[in-house]
Design a binder for this molecule. Structure first.
Ligand SMILES: Nc1nc2c(ncn2[C@@H]2O[C@H](COP(=O)(O)OP(=O)(O)OP(=O)(O)O)[C@@H](O)[C@H]2O)c(=O)[nH]1
Ligand SMILES: [Mg+2]
Length: 389
């Protein structure tokens, strides 16, 4: 297996970072921007404020996952502070973003700084998707009131269900009306959430997390949706590795489309991915495991990964893509092969200790290959995905 440590993995992260779509979080000071980054990516170094003083002082990007990012969250300094002119920061964010996530406390009706910025950005980018997150819902509950469960809000911005407390309906509706005069053809989606601390006494503490991810998926260009679908679930178990697999596969596909001598080759990306997955599952690739896994994928698949031979040869083995010549097909193939090897390895590593049937690993590999080609097709059909700087 190729060496996968240190200097090899940095270019993979760089390559993935170049491709990953960027979500721009825009909102006033202490509206809950960083809390969203933290809840979505589980980034523990995202510092959350105390509710009073401005916390995030400079724009910062959170890569998810950091070793091979598939999505990037651009967390920004809060708007509306005296003496802070956000023009430069806004220009910086605008150059990089693909989707805007506006964050506002549901009670906050003084949204001028946010609305002004949003209106200016939408004049220049009328088609950019916007999701407005209405945070800290319980500030509008009567005392002792719990969250309404199951989560009652729908993506339809006009309908607020009867089960929702009257005061909350009133503020949500009023705040939504403030966004109505904005220019731009894209639809604005509203998602009420309440990300509380454990001691606050509200269950669940990430009220609205899933609907928020769904709203982002619905709003986003296809490439972003695919990345968002791989965000970790709170238990973190069932999807362990998925986001990493997608990141490495994207990096592998890109390195085949735009070959840059000596940077990231497909086998190196694959080897680094296998290494990463093993560490996620807390196991090692010993000779036996590697042979067993290689056997499940079929003759030669891993030999190509392990040698520096490249996977272009696979083009011939995969019927649909074998017929289409050219770099795009090679890239799709490298992406698909890496993705499928990753999914199969994830399955294999998660079950190896308990014993795993070779034919099941093979089935996962084949299913993932088909899925990968669907994913590449969706990416091709999403032109914004191709123009990420
Ligand atoms: N109850 C509740 N509290 C929230 C929610 N979102 C954020 N908070 C709290 O609000 C405070 C500010 O949250 P942050 O995530 O730091 O807000 P921010 O927008 O990043 O703030 P700045 O970096 O200062 O601009 C913290 O005390 C959070 O715990 C929410 O949805 N519900
Ligand atoms: Mg912050």
């Amino acid at each position: 297996m190729a060496n996968t440590s240190g200097e090899d993995s940095a270019p993979i992260a760089d390559r993935a970072r170049d491709l990953a779509p960027v979500v721009w979080l825009l909102g006033k000071v202490q509206s809950g921007k960083t809390s969203i980054v933290r809840a979505l990516t589980h980034a523990t170094d995202a510092e959350i404020g105390n509710g009073f003083r401005a916390c995030t002082r400079t724009a910062r990007v959170f890569d998810f996952p950091s070793d091979a990012p598939i999505i990037r969250f651009l967390d920004t300094r809060g708007l509306g502070e005296a003496g802070y002119d956000p023009a430069e920061d806004i220009a910086f964010c605008e150059e990089r973003a693909h989707l805007i996530l506006v964050v506002a406390r549901a009670r906050d009706m003084q949204l001028e700084p946010v609305l002004e910025t949003l209106a200016a950005v939408r004049l220049r980018h009328p088609d950019w998707p916007v999701v407005v997150v209405q945070t800290s819902l319980h500030e509008n509950y009567a005392s002792g009131q719990a969250h309404v469960l199951p989560y009652p809000f729908t993506p339809d911005e006009t309908i607020l269900p009867e089960v929702v407390p009257e005061e909350l309906v009133r503020v949500l509706r009023y705040q939504r009306s403030l966004f109505r005069p904005l220019l731009g053809s894209a639809h604005i989606r509203f998602v009420p959430i309440d990300f509380t601390q454990k001691g606050d006494g509200f269950e669940p503490i990430d009220y609205g997390r899933e609907p928020l991810i769904e709203a982002l998926i619905a709003a986003a260009p296809a490439a972003v949706s695919i990345a968002l679908a791989e965000l970790p679930d709170p238990s973190g178990v069932s999807q362990a590795g998925n986001a990493h697999i997608l990141g490495y596969a994207l990096a592998a596909g890109a390195s085949d489309a735009v070959p840059i001598a000596g940077v990231v080759t497909v086998p190196i990306a694959q080897a680094a991915m296998l290494h990463k997955l093993a560490s996620i599952h807390g196991v090692n690739w010993d000779r036996r495991a590697y042979a067993e896994f290689g056997g499940a994928l079929g003759a030669g698949v891993l030999v190509r990964t392990a040698s520096s031979f490249g996977l272009r040869q696979l083009v011939k083995l995969i019927p649909v893509y074998g017929q289409t010549a050219g770099a795009a097909a090679a890239a799709a193939t490298s992406f698909a092969a890496t993705y499928a090897i990753g999914k199969a390895a994830n399955y294999f590593l998660a079950r190896r200790r308990r014993g795993v049937e070779v034919k099941d690993v093979t089935a996962v590999y084949h299913r993932a290959l088909r899925e990968a080609f669907r994913v590449s097709k969706a990416r091709e059909e999403s032109p914004r995905a191709a123009e990420i700087p």
